[in-house]
Design a protein around this ligand. Structure first.
Ligand code: 4NP
Length: 155
């Protein structure tokens, strides 16, 4: 059976993309398809390399019953372009940086909000600036569910 490797990408890899990684893994486990996915996250900046997630992300994941342990922030690498089936950006800046590194590949590299046009958002707001981890969680959660459907892993 086909498995999918998915990398979620934001700027710092401490707020949005770690949330997406852990939510997606949790939803896949809940749907009984954890064995069909391999997922990770990274940041375009490398500013927080080796650090744990932001406290707000940790708190939100725990509040939602998701175990946030085992995380260390990392930066996107050149080898990620061939390692992952999908590289999923949180906003236009992340997307532009991924396209600079790997070229424009709309089937493989796109924004999470592209999967949820009904949300009315064209990016996942950065709680580093907004302070609103609930809003970010809602979008990440809806986007993650849409991704599972896109991959044919849930109905
Ligand atoms: P993230 O948020 O890209 O969702 O992880 C940020 C984290 C850190 C910074 C900016 C955004 N920073 O400027 O250090």
């Amino acid at each position: 059976m086909k498995t999918y490797r998915i990398l979620f990408v934001c700027l710092g890899n401490i707020c949005r993309s770690p949330m997406a990684e852990y939510v997606f893994r949790s939803q896949a486990a809940e749907a009984g398809v954890a064995h069909r996915i391999e997922t990770a996250s990274s940041g375009t900046s490398g500013w927080h390399n080796g650090e744990n997630m932001h406290n707000g992300t940790l708190k939100k994941l725990k509040q939602q019953g998701i175990d946030p342990s085992g995380f260390a922030s990392s930066q996107v690498r050149q080898s990620d372009g061939s390692r992952y089936d999908f590289l999923i950006a949180m906003d236009d800046n992340n997307l532009a940086e991924l396209e600079r590194l790997f070229g424009r590949r709309p089937e493989q590299i796109f924004k999470l909000t592209d999967l949820i046009p009904e949300s009315g958002y064209n990016h996942v707001p950065d709680p580093w600036y907004t302070g609103d981890f609930d809003e970010t969680f809602r979008l990440v959660s809806d986007g993650s569910r849409a991704l599972l459907r896109k991959l044919g892993l849930t109905p």
